[in-house]
Structure formats: structure tokens, C-alpha cells
Design a protein around this ligand. Structure first.
Ligand SMILES: [Fe+2]
Length: 568
């Protein structure tokens, strides 16, 4: 090849719909240079399990010809591995414009195992965009995680894995777009307590082809044993999880769930952990559901974090920090926080909530967030994080005090929250939408320093609001179904910035983003304690418009995207 490499010609041909065979007829099938593997299409610095890298020898199992798309094809001649080798499915996550994390697991092996991966724009893997190998082993619980590089922006891909003569299910994923973007759709989910029911939300999202990604805001697993929190479905292991092996077993158990597998097959996930990936109401130095008899907290926390990083398709940093930003062209900067384990001080009593020395994020994460907000150039900033940011206070009657009700959320770290609001003011941050899980109930609210101070905020006009917050309900974890409507009315009277709540139903929030507005639609199910497929309904829809941080209820949900690529 003279000017263009064979690989570049093949890509061009793929884009034009010309088959590799026809290229051969045109004299472009120069097999002398096909052995060059792609540049950098490997594990991108992933730790653990042995980085074979794209330049690594593919081994005798990998057939280097005949050439078709310029990449080696997987072949295998030994004894096949167990039929259940890929029983935990596939997943993808953390899409950037040119790369995405691909994940799988090999089950039933006891030795280091080489896994071959491939990613393609066509479901038949005729013209692939990248391939590579990754060797996994017991040190990483036989999980496979690669950063598939050299992809195109805003593109849907199919991917799969091969090992020991077995092939995984085909997964589908999508890179982030770049440049001018006119529309994005994300599903926002959290809190899937296996013991409380069936994952109808995951099942439903697996049927929707037009999502750019699923944002999982934490409590992907729960740490409890059987009967400790829910009793609809039994856990494995049946006891509370404490050790590294316990946490790994719990992820293995979750990933056997067919509806959780199905949603991972169809969409990339962007995940952060909340408390139950370690233990209830965790903070950096402990947890409500951890006692001295269960060993040192820091050992348990390290085990929980290790298993999470092994089993969740998240791009890993060297020191375990999960706060990060993903950019979706000029439309959205998606900033994901860790308000749980990184820097959080211990929960305290009400008279210390406003202590200026307390932090929810840690001062380093706060400084990073300030820079992210100051530098962000996108039309919208979506701030994905764990616990409710808006005030939730209760006043039983006008002559009684107005008190916060939950010290585990930002109310219990008011100085940290005020510093965040100051960042918004100092940097003149516009179009900020906070996305929240954790609380197992649905809420829509406007955010300001003190929503009960008429000098600061007018709940009728929205004057004084700095941002809005959409709180997604849980997939299954219980809310407050027994709360009387009269009590809900009192809560809304105490909190004029809260425009709506539902404290019972399970489901998700569908986020539809255009340059003009962000729409949040709360989809709910009547029941999740039965396995029979349930039909979701729209419980409420709110929109926030460009340049005005306040909420408007609307009737109609945005239409599905007509041009969505087919499901896997
Ligand atoms: Fe939860």
C-alpha cells in the first residue's frame, strides 16, 4: 500500500459498504501487510489479570488469515471449555468518543485464561473495528475488562468474547458523540435490592433501542443476608457479605439475573457506587451496618471496592477514585461524583449538620468539581451523584422547628452543600441538572441555599433557584408505601422547592436532552414483587429550559428516537 494503509482502506470500504472480497478483486488485497495489528487497541492501562496488549502474540489459537478486515479471527483447536463459560454475560460502560469499556467473565476455570475480544459496527462481525486479547485469572475473579480503542464517535457497536472454544453473547454499545449534538437519551436507575423483587426496570430498558447510556447511581447490589432486608428472592451467599469472596459471590449472583444481563447486553452503563456496594450508610471510615466483629472497616471497604471494579464496566483510575466526567459533544457534560466513600465524614447528629469542617465529597473532590463546573462548555451539566442534594425538612406545625429528616444526605453536610452552591454562583454555572438515587422514592425539586428563606428563593417564580434535581426511584428497594397522603402534604408544605414526590412506586427516570430543554419522565410499575412482566406507566414529567433553573410540569413525554439502531 502506498498512501493509505490496508487498514485505512478497509475502514473506508466498510464505510462505503464495499466488501473485503471486492477489494481483493480490485487489487487491494495485499496480504503481505495484514499482520500488523491495530495501534493501541488494548487494555488502556487496566490493572490486574495480565495485559496482553494489541501488540502481543495472539497465540497459536488465533488464525492470522485469510485476511478479510485486517484483524485476526479467533480460532481454537483444544478441548472446549465448559458450556457455561460466559454464563455471566457481557457488559459495557464509560463510553468516550473513541473508546468504551467492554466486560465479561469466564466461569468454571481454575487457571489463567486468554480471552479474545472483538468489536464491530455490524452484528455479524464481518468488518471489525478492533480486536485484542486479555488474560484473566483468579486475582481478578476471572473477570475480563478491556478499553476498546480506535472507535468512532456517536456510533453503535456490537462486541463479543471468545475463550476455550466458546463464544459469549453479543453485546451492543455506543460511543459518546462529539461536536454538535441535537439530542441525547439516558435512563437513570438506582437501588436494585434483589431480595425485594424482580428487576422489571432492567427488563423494560433492554427493549428500548434509543438510549445513549444507562446511568446507575448506586446500590447495584445489597450486602444483606437472607431475610435481613426483603424476602421475595433468596441471595447467594445467603449471609451478609463481608469478605472479598463474599462480595464477588454476590456480583456473580446478581449477574445471573436474566433481566440485569439483558440490559447490560443492550446499553453501556455509567456507574457510581452508593453505600450498599459496601455496607449501609457507609462513609470513608465506617458504616452503620459494620461492626468490630466483622473485622477492620478498611479491609471490608477495600474488598467491596475491588469486587466492584472487577464486576462493573467502569474505567478504573490508579487510586480507586470513581469521580469522573464524560462529555457528550456540545450538549452534555456528565459529571459523576463519589459522595459516599471517597471523602465523606461520618454521619452526625442534627446540631452538627452545618459544621463548616465537615465534607461530603472530600476537599480534593470539591476542588476538582469546581474546576469541572468552571471549565464546562456544554449546553447542559448533568451531575450524577448518590444522595439527595435538595433540602428535605419537616415542620409539623408553624410553631414547631423546621428540621432536616435525613443526616445521610446533603442535609447532614450543609457546609459542603453551601460550598457547592457557591461554586455555581462564583462560576456563573448555568443549566445544571442534579441526578440522584439512594432514597427509593421519586422527587422533583429546585435547588437553592435555603428554600425556606423568602429573601433567597421565591417558590412561585423560581427566582433564586440555582439548579434543579431529579431524584430517581429505585428498581426494587422499598420506599414508604404506608405513608399517609396527609403527611406527604405536610412534607410538600414544609419544602416549597419540592414540586412533586411519589414515595411508593418503583421504576426509573428517562432523561431526554435537547439544546432547548432537559425532560425527566418518571416511569413507574405497579408491582415489582411478582415475576410476571409488568407494563410501566408515566407517573410525572418535568422539564427545565435553557437559561432558567426551574421546573415546569408537562403532559407529554418526548417521542422515542425514530432512527435508533437495532438491538443486539
Ligand atoms: Fe438503596
Amino acid at each position: 500500500m502506498s498512501e493509505l494503509s490496508r487498514r485505512e482502506i478497509l475502514r473506508l470500504a466498510a464505510a462505503l459498504g464495499i466488501s473485503p472480497a471486492l477489494l481483493g478483486l480490485l487489487g487491494c488485497d495485499d496480504s503481505d501487510d495484514v499482520d500488523a495489528p491495530p495501534d493501541g487497541g488494548g487494555m488502556g492501562g487496566m490493572g490486574g489479570g495480565g495485559d496482553m496488549g494489541p501488540e502481543a502474540d495472539m497465540g497459536p489459537e488465533a488464525d492470522m488469515g485469510p485476511p478479510d478486515d485486517g484483524f485476526p479471527r479467533y480460532t481454537y483447536e483444544g478441548e472446549p471449555g465448559p458450556e457455561t463459560l460466559f454464563t455471566h454475560g457481557v457488559a459495557s460502560g464509560d463510553p468516550l468518543t473513541d473508546r468504551v469499556i467492554l466486560w465479561s467473565h469466564v466461569e468454571g476455570v481454575t487457571e489463567a485464561t486468554e480471552v479474545f475480544w472483538e468489536i464491530s459496527e455490524d452484528r455479524d462481525f464481518a468488518v471489525r473495528r478492533n480486536v485484542g486479547t486479555f488474560t484473566t485469572n483468579a486475582d481478578r475473579d476471572y473477570t475480563v475488562k478491556v478499553d476498546a480503542l480506535e472507535l468512532s464517535p456517536g456510533t453503535t457497536y456490537f462486541y463479543r468474547f471468545h475463550a476455550l472454544g466458546r463464544t459469549s453473547p453479543v453485546g451492543r454499545t455506543r460511543t459518546a458523540p462529539e461536536g454538535a449534538v441535537d439530542r441525547l437519551r439516558f435512563a437513570v436507575v438506582s437501588c436494585s435490592s434483589y431480595a425485594h423483587g424482580w428487576f422489571h426496570t432492567y427488563r423494560e430498558l433492554a427493549t428500548q433501542p434509543d438510549l445513549d447510556a444507562v446511568l446507575h447511581l448506586g446500590d447495584y447490589i445489597y450486602e444483606y443476608g437472607d431475610g435481613e432486608y426483603g424476602n421475595v428472592r433468596p441471595y447467594d451467599p445467603p449471609h451478609e457479605i463481608i469478605t472479598l469472596e463474599d462480595y464477588r459471590r454476590r456480583y456473580r449472583h446478581y449477574r445471573k439475573d436474566p433481566w440485569l444481563q439483558a440490559v447490560h447486553v443492550q446499553h453501556p452503563f455509567i456507574c457510581i457506587w452508593d453505600d450498599h456496594e459496601s455496607a449501609n450508610d457507609s462513609w470513608r471510615g465506617g458504616a452503620q451496618n459494620h461492626n468490630a466483629g466483622e473485622g477492620p472497616w478498611m479491609e471490608r471497604r477495600a474488598a467491596a471496592e475491588q469486587a466492584y471494579l472487577e464486576w462493573i464496566p467502569i474505567r478504573e483510575s490508579a487510586d480507586g477514585r470513581i469521580w469522573r466526567t464524560m462529555r457528550y459533544g456540545d450538549l452534555v457534560d456528565l459529571v459523576m461524583l463519589d459522595s459516599r466513600l471517597w471523602g465523606r465524614d461520618e454521619q452526625t447528629t442534627r446540631d452538627h449538620y452545618a459544621d463548616p469542617d465537615r465534607t461530603l465529597l472530600g476537599l480534593d473532590q470539591e476542588a476538582w468539581l469546581n474546576d469541572e463546573l468552571a471549565d464546562s462548555q456544554a449546553k447542559w451539566r448533568l451531575l450524577g451523584q448518590q444522595v439527595m442534594m435538595g433540602h428535605l425538612r419537616f415542620q409539623a406545625s408553624p410553631n414547631l422547628p423546621l428540621n432536616p429528616v435525613n443526616g445521610d444526605q446533603w442535609d447532614g453536610y450543609d457546609a459542603s452543600r453551601q460550598r457547592l452552591f457557591q461554586m455555581v454562583r462564583d462560576n456563573d454555572v448555568q443549566n445544571l441538572v442534579v441526578l440522584t438515587g439512594d432514597i427509593h422514592t421519586s422527587w422533583a425539586m429546585e435547588l437553592t441555599e435555603d428554600p425556606n428563606d423568602p429573601q433567597l428563593y421565591d417558590p412561585m417564580s423560581g427566582d433564586g433557584a440555582l439548579a434543579v434535581e431529579f431524584v430517581a426511584t429505585s428498581v426494587t428497594s422499598p420506599g414508604l408505601p404506608a405513608v399517609q397522603p396527609a403527611l406527604i402534604d405536610l412534607v410538600l408544605q414544609s419544602n416549597p422547592h419540592i414540586k412533586w414526590t411519589d414515595v411508593e412506586k418503583k421504576g426509573w427516570v428517562l432523561l431526554d436532552v435537547t439544546p432547548e430543554r432537559v425532560q425527566g419522565a418518571w416511569y413507574h410499575f405497579d408491582r415489582i414483587d411478582v415475576a410476571d412482566p409488568q407494563v410501566p406507566f408515566v407517573a410525572k414529567v418535568f422539564e427545565v429550559y435553557d437559561g432558567a433553573p426551574r421546573l415546569f410540569e408537562v403532559e407529554a413525554v418526548a417521542d422515542a428516537r425514530p432512527d435508533a439502531p437495532p438491538l443486539a
